[in-house]
Design a protein around this ligand. Sequence first.
Ligand code: ADP
Ligand code: MG
Length: 703
Amino acid sequence: MDKILQTDVKYVAGVGEVRARLLNKELGITTVGQLLEYYPHRYIDRTKVYLINEIHEDTATYVQFRARVAGISYAGAERNRRFHVMVQDATGSAELVWFKGVKWIEKRVEVGREYLIFGRPSFYKGQLQMVHPELETMEQALTKGVTCSMQGIYPSTEKISNSFGTKGMFRVMVHAWEIVRNHIGETLPESLITRYGLMSRREALQNIHFPETQELLRQAQYRLKFEELLGVQLNVQSRRCGRLSKDNGFLFPKVGGVFTRFYNEKLPFPLTGAQKRVIKEIRKDTISGYQMNRLLQGDVGSGKTLVALISMLLAVDNGFQACMMAPTEILARQHFATIRRMTEGLEVKVAILTGASKSRERREALEGIASGEVDILIGTHSLIEDKVKFRNLGFVVIDEQHRFGVEQRAKMWTKNLQPPHILVMTATPIPRTLAMTLYGDLDVSVIDELPPGRQPIKTFHYTDAARLRLFGFMKQEIKKGRQVYVVYPLIKESEAMDYKDLNDGYESISRDFPLPEYVTSICHGKMKPEDKEESMRQFKEHESDILVATSVIEVGVDVPNATVMVIESAERFGLSQLHQLRGRVGRGGEQSYCILMSGEKLSKEARARLNAMCETNDGFQLAELDLKLRGAGDVNGTQQSGMAFDLKIANPTADVQILSQARDAAEEILSADPTLSAPSNHGLQELKERFSAKEEIDFSRIS
Ligand code: ADP
Ligand code: MG
């Protein structure tokens, strides 16, 4: 790397000692090179001049237009006088308003004159308005050239913006660029640049900070994202080559007594075609000699647990232990109960370990797995603790993988001398390309078929006005012998209020659904584990008709007799959460319902979410919509995985397309030059270094 890039930022004009310390402390920036990789997170586009009638609610955050002043007026009392300016172009009119600095601005506005007006549009009764816009005469605007540029806005912290002001960072960047502009080397080989039509690194850096057009900005972003993702892929793919060239997988060649007896005597229903196919895929992996690393995607209620159980039985038949990790206590207990029931009378010992395990349960689990007496251990993330020592762990199931962090999952690898096979399961689908590329060598299985006889869940959106009708409907279902969930949101920031809502709701339901005709139970995170468990047991065994709960029951809970899911304040839940909650019903043969309750007033996005829920039951479709609504947000914790690689501009979720190109490129490069030792790959070697995972975790193995 060029020495100039190592220059201390304090030497950049406009920085100095104090701000340099701040940059280091707040943003970890110490050199000019690092400063240059501090990219704007958005741009104000001043390349387009709109006509007034082209500007709508969602045109852009900021817009500019040319218009002539038609008249001025004042409103309000003397001390807080407001200044109103009506302007017009050929297509319409707009109103500009000043609350502050009236004295200054009124001198600059001349009736009849044309101005370039820039600001944040808002609408009042259909009329375009702008509060405190920037205003320039056309002559001024043309000489300053403001109309034709894109202004980068840098992400900031409070301290940074106090010190630098709104445009300060931009000015610093201009000076920094002067220092380094002739010292930016190329990292990528010429062949890649031509092949993918990339900008040079120098052009890209210039245009990411000071783009002249949208198109140049787009090209700059593409180039820089491609480079980052290529850096990640070079790491992921070269590890994959390492893994596949070794024989390091446990072998499960035997289909023994446990499996066969379970299949012939215990299986409560025939497997679906999709379940059978996935089990075959797992069979194939576990006799291949390679260590399995498989992601199982299947919508809520598609029967993933059974696939997991059957796979674990295969491990047991071959002399290995298996474990299954679930994200919540409730779910772990449920899996434990189901699996123990289903394996009754077979030669399989099942134990449970969670954070809430009492000393006896804990001792039994820990001693049992250490001695080898326990074959299958079910639990929460307690399973990854160091004191959990298996005699011979061969197969790990991670249920609802999106609930676990990367590091937690990685720990399961160290639970035997050789890493066990890993099956991770999720109902929250990640687009296939994303999963494959981000996680490198993860194989993906899909259950795309629900067990037979399921009827699609009917979903409705009601407001509070319909509460009486809702209660009537609940009673009707309960009379038919069905059960009902009522779920309240619980968010840390508003925890006290949320608990109040929950308790109020519980009381009101207990009143409206009186004993002995109706039994209502409650379940939430603040209850003692044994009370929670008792509550769940009651509901599961149909001793209660209604379960009032927080989203603790969101994932995994399985009570097939429940047919109604009422979600209170549904507008406060995310789309995937709503879908998960809905998945708690529709698990038996009966028609099931999901009722989304909300207030009258809803934001545009909330309405879109609720509408989508009413329109489709398809988890994949909803996941895609979620991605769109949330933009480049933190879908499925992929952001977290992204962070592990220190990405500055690429977002693996939003940039799937580029990710898959980078993956192809990395594969091709590595197959020709696995160690990147050719002189033309020198830059790539450096790039790979830069994006190697920060911690000592083998990310290619993690799902
Ligand atoms: P998920 O994939 O959401 O984890 P579960 O494993 O909890 O789904 O299964 C949902 C329900 O479907 C359970 O009640 C389970 O017993 C039932 N089930 C699973 N497989 C089948 C099948 N092949 N036929 C009928 N019901 C099944
Ligand atoms: Mg499940």
